[in-house]
Write a protein that binds this ligand. Structure first.
Ligand code: ZN
Length: 286
């Protein structure tokens, strides 16, 4: 018996998947129409529409907010600017709380400007996280560290593997966990052991696919089933570890999915989630 919510209610839409083509208000309505169970918006959408308005719309909706994208970027202002990054993340925590998000997703940041010392970057990230965590615990928003594929280590995330992210969680204690995105971790020989180790530290599960060839590691992700990631196996491991949240579709695809009508994208998400993540032979629509 699956630990995931069955049917389309087990599916959450990360709004990046439709390339933020339409205002958040309309994306919310579309997700409801298609029977999605959740949504994960981005901060710039909250700022565009006004956070109070977004919060009230989401509260009235049938959707769970599976995460707010995103906090982190702890190294963005240099070592001297750590406090500035911490303050910005506290604002993100407040926003996540206001819209009732299950977690704040963190992309921790890459190398410090002008430096090639990745150990120093990781140390900055740890110190910044220590500084944000207490605040996040007080406000009641879990922090979800998302390890990113090593191709992003220099510019976006000096945390590349689930193992590193979980080591950091162990160091930090309560109130922090991980967002597992198949795109970033599918290749890792230690993946299954680390997913088992993660247990209730798993705060979010992101799906898409890895295309061959990949023309751009940032904005050329595939729809589930179009690439080479063994999605059912990873999904089963995540289930077995006890995660019973939603499966969030997150696809950056500048030249393909972002060029399509949002309704078409949502329809494909439902179909390919059923077939290629849940491994169902037949997919029923709401
Ligand atoms: Zn992700």
């Amino acid at each position: 018996m699956s630990g995931f919510v069955q049917g389309t209610r087990g599916l959450s839409l990360n709004t990046a998947t439709i390339g933020w083509q339409i205002p958040l208000e309309r994306t919310v309505a579309l997700c409801e129409e298609f029977g999605f169970g959740g949504i994960a918006p981005w901060r710039h959408e909250l700022h565009d529409q006004g956070i109070a308005e977004v919060a009230s719309r989401l509260k009235q909706s049938s959707l769970q907010v599976t995460g707010l994208c995103r906090g982190g970027a702890f190294t963005a202002f240099g070592e001297d600017g750590l406090q500035r990054a911490v303050d910005e993340n506290k604002r993100a925590v407040d926003e996540a709380a206001e819209i009732g998000a299950k977690c704040l997703v963190l992309v921790v940041g890459g190398l410090l400007d002008g430096s090639n010392d990745i150990t120093r970057a990781r140390d900055c990230v740890r110190r910044a996280l220590e500084a944000v965590l207490e605040y996040a615990c007080d406000v009641g928003v879990p922090l979800a560290i998302e390890p990113l594929h090593p191709v992003y280590a220099a510019e976006r995330s000096c945390i590349s593997t689930l193992r590193e992210a979980l080591d950091l969680c162990d160091h930090l204690g309560e109130g922090v966990g991980v967002a597992i995105d198949v795109y970033h971790v599918w290749w890792d020989p230690g993946l299954f052991a680390q997913i088992q180790r993660a247990g209730d530290r798993i705060l979010a599960f992101h799906v898409c696919d890895w295309l061959i060839p990949t023309r751009d590691p940032l904005k050329d992700r595939g729809m589930m089933g179009d690439g080479v990631i063994d999605l059912p196996s990873i999904r089963k491991m995540v289930e077995t570890s006890g995660y019973d949240g939603m499966c969030e579709v997150e696809i950056f695809s500048e030249n393909d999915w972002w060029q399509r009508e949002p309704a078409e994208v949502l329809r494909s998400c439902i179909e390919t989630y059923g077939r290629h993540v849940m491994a169902l032979e037949e997919v029923t629509y709401p």
